[in-house]
Unconditional design. Structure first.
Lengths: 253, 378
């Protein structure tokens, strides 16, 4: 992390494992805030339980609310509804926001509440030891899918875009510049904005899926990513197992 | 007096308990309500949704009770006097975040208009089966405050009191009403010059620790530049997680418990009837106390020496008065619409004979039933 971002951080040791992609995402969020010149004192960062929830709490030097598992968006809804002047960002994991907290996510889209939600998707439950999640790739090995995950990952971005979210995008931590640009757009969006930031988990995912080093894990992720533009020319069958990145609203690519 | 559009003119009203609770909340300054409809509490939410248009309060119908309690906690930290109302199944769903509110010392009010259970039970029928759930429903050891009204008037008064206690002690406060009170209509009065307590504020001070004897730290809100760290994990006085220090765990949880227990003489309210020279004491609360008082008057006319203790506060428990009276009166009768939840608590503090009468058939306990049960005691 460049030293000029330290002003947004509390001076605490990192909670992330070596090679974790969440540090890249943490940096991208702070750079987006910095480039937009938003006063972090007027910001509220709400997170849930899991590795993704550690990104803002206790690291970010604004107001942070670390909620029970799955409830980040509900807590954020109360704070934002009562004080609309607060700039509220929800930063949490895929398990927290999609699996256990999915109903709050859908209702936030329904209300088109002015929240920016960043979903740090590490493709499984990282903090609890690497169990399968809605986002786990098909056939991937996890602590609870020892014969391979039987399901395809859930495409939350398509769902939220169709449901009417004001801004939806997906980028991987292997695309940091797109990620920063996208977070800036989300923060500038009035209404509900959602970014799925696909991240890496060498500790829980990599070691069970023959990705022995953090760089192997990053290469694996990069290899799966495909832009929306390219994806448009592929068949449904060819797209299976791919991570489609880009903006899912505003006719983005 | 300039009458704000939001306030009911001072006077006499013919309200249901649920209407009285809503007006009590508004009188106490409630300005956030996040809820999910559930029988028999729904009228509270419906009335809030209309009345807040006038008062400028923020009303959100959430997607479930998990969301309702969550939004109430979020709003409370944004500076609101926040509440929700529910009944059994919804109260069960809220339990995890109730523990979070205890741990983060978030002031809020939860009304539970109790119906019979377990599970879906009989949604429109009365019960008081959630007394122990209110005390112990979330995991871990903790203290909360729970009030229990016996009339529409008291539903109004105790709702105001619930907000004041929540703000004063930074703790979730429950109004454990029963369906029979929620839907009962009777005369009640609104008062002028209601005493309102607002949370202490001291910017820069530790929000999760204090050396003050009351054990209640001041509470900042979001957006004040306080860089708040709020977490349900064990934390030090500035909110930093300390998840392996026995010392911090002990210090925090002791204070959370003691700030309520050490003030219980100030918090606990009750009424006594004819306890001098009584040789039988009825301990009662909520709607059942109405029947008990009726039965008591009848039996006293027949010459029986009976007294009554009516608990207005259920948690923290009125241990001192129960101990004091229990030392003099050797037989205690506890009728309630559950299978002895408060009777068991009374047994903790007296050595005499405690007779529990539990009725869980979805009906209120009639005065004749209490008369008959007491006659059986001889």
């Amino acid at each position: 992390m460049a030293r000029d971002m330290e002003k947004y951080l509390r001076n605490r040791p990192t909670q992330f494992c070596a090679g974790c992609g969440h540090g890249i995402l943490l940096g991208a969020i702070l750079r987006a805030i910095d480039e937009l010149g938003i006063d972090i004192d007027g910001m509220l960062f709400v997170s849930g339980i899991g590795c993704g929830g550690w990104i803002p709490s206790p690291n970010f030097n604004g107001d942070t609310l670390h909620t029970p598992h799955g409830r980040a968006i509900a807590f954020a809804t109360g704070a934002k509804m009562f004080n609309p002047k607060l700039k509220v960002m929800v930063i949490s994991g895929d398990g927290d926001l999609m699996d256990i907290g999915g109903n709050h996510l859908l209702h936030a889209v329904w209300r088109d509440i002015d929240l920016t939600v960043v979903c740090a998707n590490n493709m499984l439950y990282g903090q609890t030891g690497g169990q399968v999640c809605m986002t786990t790739p098909k056939d991937a090995f996890t602590q609870t899918t020892t014969q391979g995950n039987p399901y395809y990952p859930f495409n939350i971005c398509e769902v939220l875009a169709v449901a009417g979210a004001s801004y939806v995008a997906r980028y991987a931590v292997t695309q940091p510049f797109q990620l920063i640009r996208s977070i800036k757009k989300a923060l500038q969006t009035t209404g509900f904005s959602f970014i799925e930031a696909v991240s890496t988990c060498p500790t829980q995912f990599g070691r069970r899926n023959q990705l022995d080093t953090p760089s192997d894990m990053l290469k694996f992720l990069r290899g799966k990513c495909i832009t929306r533009k390219k994806a448009a020319s592929l068949s449904k069958e060819e797209l299976k197992g791919k991570i489609v990145t880009g903006e899912f609203t505003d006719g983005g690519d | 007096m300039v009458l704000k559009k939001s306030m009911l003119p001072t006077g006499t009203y013919y309200f249901s308990g649920n209407e009285a609770i809503t007006e009590g909340a508004i009188a106490a300054g409630c300005n956030y309500y996040g809820g999910y409809p559930i029988t028999p509490s729904t009228e509270i939410m419906e009335r809030v949704s209309v009345r807040f248009i006038d008062t400028g309060g923020v009303f959100v119908q959430m997607e479930d009770e998990l969301g309702a309690i969550g939004s109430v906690i979020g709003a409370s930290w944004a500076g609101a006097k926040a509440m929700t109302a529910t009944s059994g199944p919804g109260f069960s769903l809220m339990q995890e975040s109730i523990g979070y509110a205890v741990m983060t010392e978030t002031p809020l009010v939860i009304v539970n208009v109790q119906r019979t259970g377990p599970s879906t039970g009989q949604a429109t029928r009365v019960g008081s089966g959630d007394i122990m759930q209110a005390k112990w429903g979330s995991h871990g050891d903790y203290q909360i405050i729970a009030l229990c009204p016996w009339s529409v008037q008291e539903a109004y008064d105790q709702t105001i009191q619930a907000f004041n206690l929540a703000e004063k002690y930074r703790v979730p406060v429950f109004l454990l009403a029963e369906e029979a009170i929620g839907h009962l209509r009777e005369r009640m009065e609104t008062r002028e010059n209601i005493e309102i307590f607002n949370r202490k504020k001291n910017l820069g001070a530790a929000p999760f620790g204090t050396e003050e004897s009351d054990g209640v730290p001041p509470m900042p809100i979001f957006g004040e530049g306080e860089k708040l760290l709020i977490t349900g994990s064990t934390h030090d006085e500035y909110g930093f997680r300390q998840v392996s220090s026995p010392m911090v765990q002990e210090k925090l949880t002791s204070r959370l418990n003691n700030k309520i227990l050490n003030s219980r003489e100030k918090i606990v309210e009750y009424e006594v009837y004819h306890i001098e020279e009584a040789d039988l004491l009825i301990v009662s609360y909520g709607f059942t106390a109405r029947s008990a008082l009726f039965a008591l008057e009848q039996l006293r006319q027949e010459g029986k020496k009976i007294g009554m203790l009516r608990l207005k506060t259920l948690w923290p428990f009125a241990d001192k008065i129960v101990k004091d009276i229990g030392a003099k009166i050797k037989k205690i009768f506890v009728p309630e619409m559950n299978r002895g939840q408060i009777a068991g608590e009374v047994m903790k503090y007296v050595c005499g004979d405690v007779v529990s009468y539990g009725q869980t058939n979805g009906e209120v306990i009639h005065p004749e039933t209490i008369v008959e049960q007491i006659r059986r005691l001889g």
